[in-house]
Design a protein around this ligand. Sequence first.
Ligand SMILES: Cc1cc2nc3c(=O)[nH]c(=O)nc-3n(C[C@H](O)[C@H](O)[C@H](O)COP(=O)(O)OP(=O)(O)OC[C@H]3O[C@@H](n4cnc5c(N)ncnc54)[C@H](O)[C@@H]3O)c2cc1C
Length: 671
Amino acid sequence: MSTLDSKIPPGPIDKKWTYHKGHARIVNPANKRRIDVIVVGTGLAGGAAAASLAEQGYSVKAFCFQDSARRAHSIAAQGGINAAKNYQNDGDSTYRLFYDTVKGGDYRSREANVYRLAEVSANIIDQCVAQGVPFARDYGGLLDNRSFGGVQVSRTFYARGQTGQQLLLGAYSALMRQVGKGAVQMFDRHEMLDVVIVDGKARGIIARNLITGEVERHGAHAVLLCTGGYGNVFFLSTNAMGSNVTAAWKAHKRGAYFGNPCYTQIHPTCIPVSGTHQSKLTLMSESLRNDGRIWVPAKLEDAQAIREGKKKGRDIPEADRDYYLERRYPAFGNLVPRDVASRAAKERCDAGFGVNRTGEAVYLDFNAAFERYGKQQANVLKIDNPSKEKIIELGKAVVSEKYGNLFDMYENIVGENPYEHAMKIYPAVHYTMGGLWVDYNLQTTVPGLFCLGEANFSDHGANRLGASALMQGLADGYFVIPYTVSDYLADDIRTGPIDTKRPEFVAAEKEQVDRIDHFLNNKGTKPVDDFHRALGKVMWDKCGMARNAQGLQEAIQEIRAIRDDFWKNVRVPGKAGEFNQELEKAGRVADFLELGELMCMDALNRNESCGGHFREEYQELDGPQKGEAKRDDANYAYVAAWEWLGEAGKAQLHKEALTFEEVKLTQRSYK
Ligand SMILES: Cc1cc2nc3c(=O)[nH]c(=O)nc-3n(C[C@H](O)[C@H](O)[C@H](O)COP(=O)(O)OP(=O)(O)OC[C@H]3O[C@@H](n4cnc5c(N)ncnc54)[C@H](O)[C@@H]3O)c2cc1C
């Protein structure tokens, strides 16, 4: 079935990576200096890769569109990073992290990659601690852990609610050290617009200087795309406003296959949408589910009274609350994986139990945690017979110590004090498991073009477990790519500098200049955001938390119509030779408009439900698993890798068969 070679090394699963590293070719230090590598993206994946490759001796050019490498979207990550250190002595191991990840991804990931990820996870923590990342520590000074969804151990390392920021500062410091030494040339405020292929290999990029508007050519012996996820195709998401698919999409159009584009993660705990004026959604970290309990009223009349403002959540007595995750999934409770928790919230809200004005919100309540921690703290402080008020006061202080910045953020946005009133949350688009297809070496189907971090499809299957994205980005950047890219570059020691005057560079540059000219001279009437918002609505309604064949077919037609309208009627003000954010957006939305169609095609092709991909036609209809996703392993245990055939909507499907030797395929159950 497969025409794709995933290049999985031979041998038992726990020896594959060691074997591969031992047999990979390397480039000697004198030759490394003569080899150029372009790294697009300076988030955790790109920052780690650029710093590591420069440290090894390669000559690196790093690009990001923000004003500073340290403003990559990774900075937004809140909750933590997983690693199989077993510091809690609670039964964790490399195998368990591997197993949890394959199961969490609903058996749609490549075993060998996932095992390697689990294997190097412990090194990441050591690396970051050595860089000075201030992970939370327990009373005795040891690194602390908490739990994330889909697991029964505590393996998540964290720095309050700012783990991404602290990890990125570590990677950024390592990167800037190399910039200081001249080993990395940093191009911030530069946007990659295309990848240049010479004789079948990636040999450089076309980038636009976002300040001057100049379109530039950059050559290199290998190009690494570390450009993040494409959740913003939905317009509203928890991603940074600038996150986009352009780099990956342009690579796709130059021959890189796109893997599993329809796998999107909808995160269960986000601040609900408040109106049509909104352009961004805010995550409330999954770490909150360690202590917060999710519920809706058990009675429809109570839910209605809350929606009408006649009652508050705290007016509902304990007996009339439905802690639906604890009820449905007693083994994992509030810490079921994200796809399961999101669908359960939607199910309750669709049934009429939602608790905000729009009926699309559930409660995340910390009262039980205030009481539990308060009692503990009273014991520690040796307070005899503390009053209920004292207990709650002490408990709130503990919760504030753990999640204070998240509570503050909630209050700033919603205008309600979450220590007094349970938070209201609802699922929102958060992460994309799909991305450029890569083999075990993180190489795309274009030789010399590699893809790391959220931008690739690897490791998480159909659903990513919480705190595993940071782990994957840093694993790819610090520990995997230094070996695999060297193996590739060993053939390039005699190539010499890449000549950017070659016709391939000239032609690629012209294409981009022409496209910019088109936008600016189109003289349409509608701003870019109108098209983006329209696309997002189609995607959310018909390719979001639940999908069905009819909706997906409609979505494809609707996206085509929006795309036609966009090219005819978009209005982009300003000029090419200046800082022009509308122009930047136009290019990104043009790419989203093609990607959206591919996502729907992929979702339509996959006649099963798995992980974040829930097809309404494929669910359990009876028995204890009623309403749960129904996979079809006989027909769909493959990675869908799409090849661009010159036109949106015409992509050709290739299949990488997934074989499971270590983990038995079973129905995922968190009951
Ligand atoms: C609110 C939020 C909280 C999260 N919390 C967690 C968490 O607690 N734990 C966890 O594991 N995961 C978390 N995630 C997911 C995680 O943060 C991301 O998956 C991860 O940081 C992505 O890292 P990355 O390096 O792949 O890409 P990014 O950090 O998105 O970086 C992309 C880089 O590529 C550059 N770039 C993109 N396109 C171009 C282009 N065309 N030209 C030039 N440069 C370009 C950008 O400038 C940027 O430097 C969270 C996500 C969100 C949205």
